[in-house]
Design a protein around this ligand. Structure first.
Ligand SMILES: C[S@@+](CC[C@H](N)C(=O)[O-])C[C@H]1O[C@@H](n2cnc3c(N)ncnc32)[C@H](O)[C@@H]1O
Length: 283
């Protein structure tokens, strides 16, 4: 078979060709960097996400771009590696996504309120999830709650959006009451947008963090509640287990791990036992 992938009419107009060998290289590199297993059949996604990087870098082909990435050292290449990762992550999220977790969280927060609580929202994407956690904290424990919320993601672009805390006024998942209570409405050129109130923002510490890091020391320990939702679906079984082992080490015994609706960690029973619908307790 020709190394060039079969092209549709639309692909025939493309500036570059993504060969099977290029696609396999991208798969290998994103797996090594971010643990993400890209499925066969994601060629169109890889093309649409990465071709801009080739254009902006003045590259003639994917092969040239990937060789540059692999062979160059220093700040410029580190910055491009970050762009490469940012391009290939999938950041779909929403306020109060899987809302049963937030009623459970309110109860879990109240049960632990006798002492300061450490929460970690990882793979936090553009911020809707950590702000949903922060709203739940304020609604259940008040604005002066002794809660520290660490929010992280590998993707620096989405993390910057999260830190900005600005969203479309018709963002999915926000009730009119929560809109009024937790957000400031933009006016003039900012109309149609909302910004989170400082009392929510002050609870959150933003960090760029790759779950593939071998050292997790910088995060601190003793998390009481951890949200790790809809990211492990991109990892294979051995990678998931490695992440769960490291996560386990950052959590107090009895701490809770909230995971996405299609995630199931029954192979890590020695680390986490199922406590509720997609909520695990650290053993
Ligand atoms: C689909 S979003 C999930 C967002 C949110 N947790 C939710 O459930 O709505 C997946 C997020 O995982 C992040 N991610 C992917 N690989 C990662 C890694 N190795 N370390 C940290 N975050 C990662 C992506 O950047 C992306 O923002």
């Amino acid at each position: 078979m020709d190394a060039t992938l079969a092209m549709t009419g639309a692909e025939a107009d493309q500036d570059f060709k993504l060969t099977s060998a290029d696609f396999e290289r991208v798969r290998k590199l994103i797996y090594q960097r971010a643990g993400i297993s890209l499925h066969a059949g994601k060629q169109a996604m890889v093309y649409s996400r990465l071709s801009r990087r080739l254009r902006e870098g003045g590259m003639d082909s994917f092969a040239q771009y990937l060789s540059w990435l692999e062979s160059t050292r220093g700040a410029e290449s580190e910055a491009e590696w970050q762009e490469f990762v940012n391009c290939l992550t999938t950041n779909l999220t929403a306020f109060f996504r899987e809302d049963h977790h937030f009623s459970a969280l309110a109860e879990d927060l109240r049960a632990r309120a006798a002492r300061p609580i450490r929460l970690w929202c990882n793979a936090a994407s553009t911020g809707e999830e950590p702000y949903s956690l922060a709203m739940t904290v304020v609604e259940s424990l008040g604005v002066s709650a002794q809660v520290q919320l660490v929010c992280s993601d590998i993707d620096t672009k989405v993390l910057a959006n999260a830190q900005r805390g600005v969203y479309a006024a018709d963002a999915r998942g926000l009730s009119p009451e929560r809109l009024r209570r937790h957000f400031i409405r933009g006016t003039g050129k900012n109309s149609g947008f909302i910004r989170v109130k400082p009392e929510l923002a002050r609870l959150i510490e933003f960090r760029s963090f790759n779950l593939m890091n071998t050292s997790w020391a910088g995060l601190g320990e003793h998390f009481d509640l951890v949200f790790c939702r809809n990211v492990m679906i991109y990892f294979d079984g051995p990678t998931q287990l490695k992440v769960l082992e490291r996560m386990h080490a950052t959590m107090r015994p009895g701490a809770l791990l909230y995971v996405g609706h299609s995630e199931n960690f029954s192979e890590a029973r020695h680390l986490f036992r199922l406590r509720g619908k997609t909520i695990y307790e650290r053993v």
